[in-house]
Design a protein around this ligand. Structure first.
Ligand SMILES: NC(=O)c1ccc[n+]([C@@H]2O[C@H](COP(=O)([O-])OP(=O)(O)OC[C@H]3O[C@@H](n4cnc5c(N)ncnc54)[C@H](OP(=O)(O)O)[C@@H]3O)[C@@H](O)[C@H]2O)c1
Length: 324
């Protein structure tokens, strides 16, 4: 596993971490397809394989995700960097302080390593939220401040609102098919030491190659994701084949190639969501090799030929819910 430094800190983090939105969330199939016994050993096994970073949020599974992370880090807490998030609905000064207390309790820990503001709330001044974040650092309840789903403009505003601390990370959607952050955020992140934590790094499973236009996931959640549109999945076949081929040559899986592609940049970490030990082990194995120039070029050549339909997902929600 490759390691990088989290933002402008001295914290060494594995470039592959684990995402835990899936832990406790019924929409992903929690309680039906997988449950506590499937996930609770993941962090210990991950650690054996070099993974030392986990991401959760107060909103995931209505708090269950944080509780599961708490159980999973028992005895190994000091070796794992724990990141969680405060929801935009709790972004007032007091709201942040209280939300942090609740998260600490659910996690069963004394200090959150990375506390991230989940989405910007346009109604609450960023200075208020950041003041609370700095208070929490002062109190020793959190170590570092991060943000999530912030544009470059919003990121700079958050930085300006801080008096003593800095923003160490911005968690945004980033994968081979969704590269929006490459335009502004990534160049800035490299220059200013703000780690980009890539969420949905497998494009919610599309980039594992297991889904096709004839074999789509059944959960309602991914029905809302335009990438799972049968036409898009069909268009992606040439890319899947290329990734499959590279994977085979390297003795890796398709998903491992997709994750490795992201972490070629030391400013980027990837946090694939995991539902089982098997997925966790596979994803941990995505960080011990390098794609060479030829392979990267090949991926670009094939990708540049694909024109995905990107019709705004809000527009598609009613359509996707109606479709089988
Ligand atoms: N900050 C934010 O706003 C935000 C938003 C979204 C996510 N996140 C964070 O980012 C994490 C990851 O994003 P994500 O869950 O949206 O998408 P993702 O990581 O791209 O995809 C996760 C899904 O891919 C499948 N998968 C994972 N590893 C696999 C493997 N080795 N082999 C085959 N399938 C595998 C699993 O679903 P199946 O097995 O059902 O296919 C899993 O639920 C989340 O858990 C969460 O921590 C943050």
């Amino acid at each position: 596993v490759f390691y990088t430094t989290l933002g402008a800190t001295d914290l060494k983090v594995s470039q592959i971490g684990f995402g835990t939105w899936q832990w406790g969330d019924k929409w992903w199939g929690w309680g039906k397809d997988y449950a506590e016994h499937d996930v609770v050993g993941i962090l210990r096994r991950g650690l054996e394989l070099g993974v030392n970073f986990v991401d959760t949020a107060e909103i995931y599974g209505g708090g269950i995700s944080e509780q599961m992370v708490g159980k999973a880090v028992k005895d190994i807490r000091d070796q794992i960097v724990i990141a969680t998030k405060v929801s935009p609905t709790h972004a007032t000064y007091n709201g942040v302080l209280k939300a942090c207390e609740r998260s600490l309790k659910r996690l069963g820990i004394k200090t959150i390593d990375l506390y991230q503001y989940h989405w910007p709330n346009p109604v609450i001044p960023i200075s208020q939220t950041m003041r609370a974040m700095e208070k929490l650092v002062e109190q020793g309840k959190i170590r570092y401040i991060g943000i999530s789903n912030f544009s470059l403009k919003q990121l700079i505003k958050a930085e300006e609102a801080l008096k003593r601390e800095v923003i160490v990370s911005n968690q945004v959607k980033y994968n081979m098919l969704e590269r929006g952050c490459e335009r502004e955020l990534l160049p800035y992140a490299r220059k200013r030491k703000v780690t980009i934590i890539a969420y949905s790094p497998l494009a919610q499973g599309v980039l594992t190659g297991k889904y096709t236009s004839k074999n789509r996931p059944r959960d309602p959640l991914r029905k809302l994701n335009i990438l799972f549109d049968p036409q898009n999945l069909a268009k992606l076949e040439p890319l899947q084949q290329t990734l499959n081929r590279i994977a085979e040559e390297k003795g890796k899986s398709t998903g491992q190639i997709a994750l490795n592609w992201l972490i070629k940049d030391p400013s980027v970490m990837a946090i694939p969501g995991v539902k089982s030990l098997r997925q966790a082990e596979e994803n941990a194995g995505a960080g011990d090799f390098r794609l060479d120039e030829r392979e990267l070029r090949l991926i670009e050549e094939v990708y540049s030929q694909i024109k995905l339909s990107r019709l705004g997902s809000m527009l598609r929600i009613p359509l996707r819910l109606l479709s089988p």
